[in-house]
Design a protein around this ligand. Structure first.
Ligand SMILES: [Mn+2]
Length: 286
């Protein structure tokens, strides 16, 4: 059972019952607009993770010992976004009820809607932190309200949302942000600076859902995404932010989306796998 097992972790530490973390691959791809292939994202991340060192030099520990279980790929309702969202919400609700940290691997950003709905069926006391290059605030895109480009808009009326790393939006989104008086942490204001980290974290309640669109990272370290944007966050500032975040807040659920693997660039898959493992490591130490 070691095939498709995040981290290639031995059974003792990847058994479902005992694991504190569950990885849920959701290879959903329906509305990607530029680079195709994000449905291959979960597999690429898991494959890369199997070649990763499980000892963490930063915190001098082996985080996998809290248990990381890899669930079977979730593929229900993929023919229709609303069906997928509902089916994923049901699946996620069941997992959240077990008090495990659920990490969904996309697939496109639309899966966030199912994950968040699943969490909301369990509890209401959380906000959403989104790391993304794109504002995703369009009301609809290419004829659908469930495009990856509309994810934040679908959530904004029902949740408190903090967006970090934004550097790509259209005029209508900019007008919407002004009209609603939304506070976004634009990439141009945070790269190379530190104060924003505390400010962003202080705006969040104790419990959060974290959505990571991998294009929030700079394309120099994360080129394999569907819609890359220059001027993103670097590796160490991202880790610093995530470590601060996990110290101050409880992360209830996570999704890592929009990896669009290409055979020409292996490092993006490794970077995504390592980012997830770092997040697990930080969560495990608090
Ligand atoms: Mn994006």
């Amino acid at each position: 059972m070691s095939v498709n097992n995040f981290g290639d972790i031995e059974k003792e530490f990847s058994d479902f019952e005992k694991s504190k973390v569950v990885i849920l691959p959701v290879p959903y791809e329906a509305t990607t607009t530029y680079g195709k292939g994000t449905k291959e994202g979960p597999k690429a991340i898991i494959d890369a993770s199997r070649n990763m060192e499980l000892y963490d030099e930063e915190i001098d520990s082996e985080p996998y010992k809290i248990g990381i279980h890899n669930l079977k790929e979730f593929r229900e309702g993929f023919g229709n976004p609303q069906k997928m969202i509902k089916a994923l919400a049901d699946k996620a609700q069941g997992l959240f009820s077990l008090e495990k940290l659920v990490i969904a691997l996309g697939g496109e950003h639309t899966i966030t809607l199912g994950m968040v709905e699943g969490l909301r069926k369990r509890r209401k006391d959380f906000s959403i932190l989104i790391l993304d290059a794109h504002a995703d605030l369009r009301n609809s895109y290419e004829g659908t309200k469930y495009s990856h480009a509309c994810v934040t808009r679908r959530l904004i009326d029902n949740y408190q949302i903090i967006q970090v790393g934004i550097r790509s939006l259209c005029r209508k989104e900019a007008d919407f942000i002004k009209k609603r008086n939304l506070k976004l942490f634009y990439a141009k204001d945070i790269i190379g600076k530190k104060d924003w980290m505390k400010e962003a974290i202080s705006r969040l309640p104790d419990k959060i859902y974290l959505s990571i669109d991998l294009d929030f990272l700079d394309p120099s370290i994360m080129p394999a995404v569907g819609t890359p944007e220059p001027g993103g966050l670097g590796w160490y500032e991202t880790l610093k932010f995530l470590r601060l975040l996990t110290k101050e807040k409880e992360i209830l659920g996570v999704d890592v989306v929009e990896l669009c693997p290409t055979p020409l660039d292996i490092s993006s898959s490794f970077t995504a796998a390592k980012l997830i493992y770092k997040l697990i490591a930080y969560s495990a130490t608090t």
